[in-house]
Write a new protein. Structure first.
Length: 273
């Protein structure tokens, strides 16, 4: 009975903010426009697709950080309520420029789902190393689940009449996979390091975290180098192919556009052609 009561209080603490609901509304609206009026050669439809991907990406960033915060709440950190982390408000998750604007810019420039916001957890009130690892894992797990959900929808419902929308959805799933893989790297400042950090000697972890920001910047720079960039995206495409995003589940009129992710990325960049 006590366990149920605690669970109900935890669920009651989750209150989606008007900002989050507005992002959900923008995602639905842009998605419907791309679905209803967009064709591959129709620029207004492609602009709507751009809006759909950006809004849905911001939505995923909020869900990612909410995953960390909710797991921390369930593990004993009640401070996340006062900080507004359980409202899913993207404006509550760290610095807006670093957390949302820069990841959006990276999507536009390179099609990389860069890790975004950050929540500050009171680790001192959370007992047990496993709980700390689960808190760190909750974020990339949300990206992975998001990608799988989109892939299942794509595989079961995609049709040729709405190829514009479905290619954008495939590209969105691709971004989720890139975010999950990047976040799981055991690099200071990323969730992958947070997963293993509780099991490291404290002085090692503190020293690594002191240089975490610099290491992350080096990682981003390395991703622009040809061989590393190629190797990284080969891994991403291997995963997206495995979950069914490697080709359209219907016949296309031109074999050159048979890769939904690449087509989706091209259509997303509506200003280029």
């Amino acid at each position: 009975m006590n366990g149920t009561a605690r669970g109900m209080r935890g669920n009651a603490a989750v209150r989606p903010s008007p900002v989050f609901l507005a992002v959900v509304g923008a995602t639905i609206l842009c998605g419907l426009i791309a679905w209803r009026y967009g064709t591959i050669l129709d620029k207004p439809g492609r602009i709507a697709l751009f809006g759909f991907v950006i809004a849905a990406w911001v939505l995923s960033l909020s869900l990612h950080e909410f995953g960390h915060a909710y797991m921390a709440y369930r593990s004993g950190d009640r401070s996340v309520v006062a900080k507004g982390y359980l409202t899913l408000n993207p404006l509550k998750y760290s610095d807006v420029t670093l957390s949302f604007l820069i990841p959006v810019v990276f999507i536009i420039l390179g099609g990389i789902g860069l890790p975004g916001g950050a929540v500050w957890i009171d680790r001192h009130v959370i007992p047990g190393r496993l709980r700390h690892s689960l808190i760190s894992a909750a974020g990339p797990l949300s990206n992975a689940l998001y990608a799988v959900m989109l892939a299942v929808i794509f595989k079961n419902f995609a049709d040729a009449e709405h190829a514009l929308f479905w290619s954008g959805l495939a590209f969105l799933a691709f971004l989720q996979v890139t975010a999950a893989i990047l976040n799981l790297l055991p690099i200071p400042g990323l969730d992958g390091f947070g997963i293993i950090e509780p099991y490291l000697p404290r002085h090692w972890a503190n020293q690594a975290n002191a240089y975490g920001g610099y290491v992350f910047l080096v990682l981003i720079a390395l991703l622009w180098l040809g061989p590393i960039n190629e190797g990284f995206f080969n891994v991403i495409y291997y995963i997206t192919d495995a979950i069914g995003l490697g080709e359209f589940p219907f016949d296309v009129f031109d074999e050159r556009i048979n890769h939904p992710i690449q087509l989706g990325h091209s259509l997303f960049m509506w200003w280029q052609n």
